[in-house]
Design a protein around this ligand. Structure first.
Ligand SMILES: Cc1ncc(COP(=O)(O)O)c(C=O)c1O
Length: 495
């Protein structure tokens, strides 16, 4: 932020300051929440969280503006965020990126409208398809067979989908993926704009991109029309605090505003909203230095992990298929060379070695490095993985290799036969898992994290997909979205 007036403007935090002032106002509170500025908070909770959290847990008092009709502190904070993140207009979200993605689809699709969606979309996209009744045109992201890792979507895949379905009303991309893999947004935005349709980007994992040139190009700068970011995942906002940015006139903003009211609580937390204002201020003022430090820490850790026997660190060359750019602050480490699943390695790290990863999968562990990490954290990560590498130095067992071969993601990803919305409302029945093979699923079967459904509502349940899910459970992972998370029974569509 070299430009002085801009710097001075961004050094303000209007919502944070309004909240700080409101806390100091002496008054008798006869409004919700019921704890009344902490006076009624149970002592154990106050002992854990401190007094000030409750003093700041306020409703829409006149001086605090209103998220759904912003004219004061929230309007100013959102406008500063738009300038900092490169948007024309920004909305603060108090229900995570999930509500932003749902609102984005509600703003651009009507029931029956077609939208291009990658098959590795987060479950919030499936929820949005159910809510809107839009018709997904699924495109397969490229799956790297060597890593068994879902990458980005190739530009050609979008071009072909648009040629086959010229009546699509929008394209949605997930970029970056959990592992930091970014698609070629600029090329895909070009394809969309030739057809005068908007490009929506789920950039939940990329709110930091705008603040350092060595990070991937932010989706907004690459030409995306609407971008949703989980400010809480990578920057310093509180959990659930996210932002939605719009950059052009291809999005009907008044419909978007109405949609956001549909998908959010009528009582948004001011703790969350103020944390967004503070996170924006922090990044606008110090983002470049902060991100330079994170990149440097990630680089040091990456080089040291690469030297450890039995481990592989993901480093896809730039512009390879479906991986246009890689966020180098994400570290994805393959542990199967140690004869361990990612889940087993995760449990050892968490329970014995004092390190906790973001995302275990059957083969890998993904670590998020962010501005909150210290060099000491990086050292603990290196030492813990060194310990694993020394403890498990034998070749992988035949059993382990077989489980991995049988559960490959690439083979398990299918495309549904029925619209997610029709499947959601269809009459369903519960059957033993073995009898569900070949039937259409009545529910989402979703390993969590990362929250990317392996089976969508309306998709035929294959033996392969069931086996992958069972492997994930046996290895210690969770499967969500289904009525019976043990997978002994599954919900299928009657018929
Ligand atoms: C790719 C992706 N999109 C969207 C979301 C939803 O974000 P939130 O947790 O902020 O609702 C997630 C959450 O993990 C995600 O990984």
């Amino acid at each position: 932020m070299g430009n002085r007036p801009h710097f001075e403007e961004q050094s303000q935090a209007p919502l944070l300051e309004a909240l700080a002032q409101s806390i100091r106002r002496d008054h008798a509170p006869f409004y919700a929440p019921g704890h009344k500025r902490g006076q009624g908070t149970p002592a154990p909770l106050k002992a854990l969280l401190g007094e000030s959290v409750f003093r700041a847990d306020l409703p829409e008092l006149p001086e605090l503006d209103n998220l759904f009709a912003p004219e004061g502190a929230i309007a100013q904070a959102q406008s500063l965020a738009a300038a900092a993140f490169g948007a024309e207009q920004t909305w603060f979200l108090a229900n995570g990126s999930t509500c932003g993605i749902e609102a984005a689809l509600l703003a651009v699709c009507r029931p029956g409208d077609k939208i291009i969606v990658p098959r590795n979309a987060h479950q919030s996209v499936v929820s949005a398809l159910i809510l809107t009744g839009a018709v997904p045109v699924w495109v397969q992201p490229w799956v790297d067979p060597d890593w068994d890792l879902v990458q980005g979507v190739e530009v050609d895949a979008i071009a072909q989908a648009l040629a086959a379905h010229p009546d699509c009303c929008a394209v949605l991309l997930v970029s970056p993926t959990y592992q930091g893999i970014c698609s070629d947004i600029a090329a895909i935005a070009g394809l969309c704009h030739e057809r005068r349709i908007p490009l929506l980007v789920d950039e939940a994992h990329g709110p930091h991109f705008a603040f350092h040139p060595d990070l991937p190009t932010p989706a907004l700068a690459a030409g995306a029309d609407l971008v949703v970011q989980s400010t809480h995942k990578v920057l310093s906002a509180l959990t659930q605090a996210s932002m939605l940015h719009v950059r052009c006139d291809r999005i009907d903003r008044s419909r978007l505003q109405k949609a956001l009211q549909l998908t959010q609580s009528t009582s948004p937390s001011y703790l969350l909203l103020a944390s967004l204002d503070a996170a924006r201020q922090q990044m606008a003022l110090e983002g470049r230095e902060q991100m330079a430090a994170v990149l440097s820490l990630a680089q040091t850790v990456r080089e040291r992990l690469k030297a450890l026997p039995g481990l592989r660190v993901f480093e896809q060359p730039v512009a390879d298929r479906g991986c246009y750019q890689l966020d180098l602050t994400r570290l994805t480490v393959e542990v199967s060379g140690l004869g361990l699943s990612g889940f087993a390695a995760d449990a050892l790290l968490h329970e014995e070695l004092g390190v906790t990863a973001e995302l275990p999968t059957l083969r890998h562990l993904t670590f998020i490095l962010s501005l909150g990490n210290s060099p000491a954290d990086g050292e603990r990560l290196v030492q813990a993985l060194k310990e694993l590498s020394q403890r498990y130095d034998g070749p992988p067992s035949a059993d382990h290799t077989e489980v991995l071969a049988e559960s490959r993601v690439a083979a398990a990803i299918q495309v549904p036969d029925l619209l997610p919305r029709d499947a959601f409302f269809a009459a369903a029945e519960t059957v033993p898992a073995a009898e569900a093979i070949g039937r259409l699923s009545g529910e989402t079967l979703c390993p969590y994290p990362p929250g990317i459904p392996l089976v969508l509502p309306g998709e035929a349940i294959t033996a392969q997909a069931l086996q992958s899910l069972q492997c994930i459970r046996q290895a210690g992972g969770y499967v969500t979205g289904c009525a019976d998370s043990t997978l002994a029974t599954l919900t299928v569509i009657r018929g």
